[in-house]
Ligand binder design. Sequence first.
Ligand code: 5GP
Length: 199
Amino acid sequence: MYNEGEKILVILSSPSGVGKTTLTKKIQQKYNNFKISVSHTTRQPRSNEVNGVDYYFVSVEEFQKLIAKNSFYEYAKIYENYYGTLKENVDQTLKQNDIIFDIDWQGTKQLSKFKKLKLVKIYLITHSKEELKKRLLSRDENTPKEIQKRFNSFDEDIKHWNDYDFIIINKNLEVCFKQIENIIENFKKKTSIYPQKFL
Ligand code: 5GP
C-alpha cells in the first residue's frame, strides 16, 4: 500500500547496454525530488567516472568489512566485482527525497524483502540481442573481453524479468522515458495498474 506523500524507490534494471544509466540521469534532471542512489563498488573507475558521484569506489577489503557489519540493504557480485547499496545512504536520502536505483536483479530481489520500502520495479530490455551488441560496442569504455562477458550475461539476466512490476522495451529513448514518467506519476497518484504490465 502506498500512502500519499511517502517517498518511493524506483528500481531500473536491465541487461548491460540497454540505456539504463542515461534514463536514470534523465529522470533525476527532470524531477528534482529524485536522487540517484550511489552504490559502492570494487570495480575500477572508468575514465569518465567520478568517485562519490557515479560510485563510491572501494577496495575488496573495505567492501567485505561493510558486508560483515551488515551495512548493505543489498549487494551482489557481478562480472567479478562487488556492487552494493548502503542502508545508511538510502535511509538518509528517503527523509527528503525519492530515490532511483540502477541495480541488477539480485539487488532487486534483496531490496524486495524490506517491506517498509515503497518499491517500483522496472525492467528495461532492447528489442533484439543484435541491437544490444551494437550498443555495447559503441561504448568505448569496455575492453572486448568485458563486452563479451556483458553480452553473455544477457540470457541469464532476462530470466528475472518476472520479478519486476513493469517491463519496458527500449526502442526509442524518448518514448521509454515517457513511459517511465507515466509509471511514476501513476504510482504517486495511486492509480498504478498491478500486477505486471508490458509497455
Ligand atoms: P557497471 O559496471 O556497468 O557500472 O554496472 C554493472 C551492473 O551492476 C549494472 O547492471 C548495474 O545495474 C549493477 N549495479 C550497479 N550498482 C549496483 C548495486 O549497488 N547493487 C546491485 N545489485 N547492482 C548494481
